[in-house]
Each structure stands twice: as structure tokens, then as C-alpha cells.
Design a binder for this molecule. Structure first.
Ligand SMILES: [Zn+2]
Length: 139
């Protein structure tokens, strides 16, 4: 795969992210400036973080998200271990074995996702979270 194809992939992802984030901002009726957009990217998603950050800046230009930072949280790969009957971390991405019992765990549970976590909006110097989804620790 050539670099242009990779960058086009991330650009289409960045454009979708901006669409979803813009809808969230409009539905929140906020008038503040968008400070940051936070996403979770699985380590198996195949998304290049540098290309995504670059594409986000390009795609955000001229939109309500212009100048916003993109925060990328990595999501570690976990798989369902049939032997432990539990969700476990894997030894490595290439060797999908349970870290506890070393059984092959072929069914990936997490690590392939791209998820919009939230949008941070600055209003009178305060930052608040506005987003379609909120993580458990924020509840
Ligand atoms: Zn196991």
C-alpha cells in the first residue's frame, strides 16, 4: 500500500469524525470554542495515528473544529479466552494467546475500534465535555 492510499484512508476517517463531532456540538447548542476531540483507537484498527492527526487538522480547517486538538487514546488488544472463560490481554498482536494460561484466544473483543469519546468545549475559560458517548469513569 502506498502512502497516499494510507493517508486517504485516515482522511476519510477524519471527515467522518468531524461530521459526528459537529452534530454533537450543534445538538449541545454550545457557543464555545472546541478545544479538543477525543477518540479511542484500537491497536488492531490499522489506523496510522500520525496520518490521522494530520488528516484531522486538514479536514477541520474551515469547520467549527478548526484549531481543536485531537487526543488519541490507544485501546489495547483483548481476546476471549475459551480456557479461562474470560476476557484477557493477549501475549502480542501477532501471537493471540492468553497472558494467563497461554491458550490460543482467536476471538478479539477489543482493539479493532475507532470511537469518538467526546468533544471538549471551552466556554469562558472553562472546559466541559460534550459528546455523544461518555466513558464510564466520567459518569
Ligand atoms: Zn486463558
Amino acid at each position: 500500500m502506498c502512502y497516499l492510499a494510507v493517508a486517504m484512508h485516515e482522511l476519510s476517517i477524519a471527515l467522518s469524525l468531524i461530521d459526528v463531532a459537529t452534530e454533537a456540538i450543534i445538538s449541545s447548542h454550545s457557543t464555545g470554542r472546541v478545544a479538543a476531540v477525543r477518540v479511542r483507537v484500537g491497536l488492531l484498527s490499522g489506523i496510522d495515528r500520525d496520518a490521522l492527526a494530520f488528516s484531522f487538522d486538514v479536514a477541520a480547517s474551515g469547520s467549527v473544529l478548526e484549531g481543536a486538538r485531537l487526543h488519541v487514546e490507544d485501546v489495547a488488544v483483548t481476546a476471549w479466552c475459551p480456557s479461562c472463560a474470560a476476557e484477557r490481554a493477549v501475549v502480542s498482536i501477532s501471537s493471540r494467546r492468553c497472558t494467563v494460561c497461554r491458550t490460543i484466544a482467536p476471538r478479539i473483543v477489543r482493539g479493532e475500534e475507532l470511537e469518538l469519546v467526546g468533544v471538549e468545549i471551552e466556554e469562558d475559560g472553562n472546559e466541559t465535555d460534550r459528546g455523544p458517548t461518555r466513558s464510564a469513569e466520567q459518569e
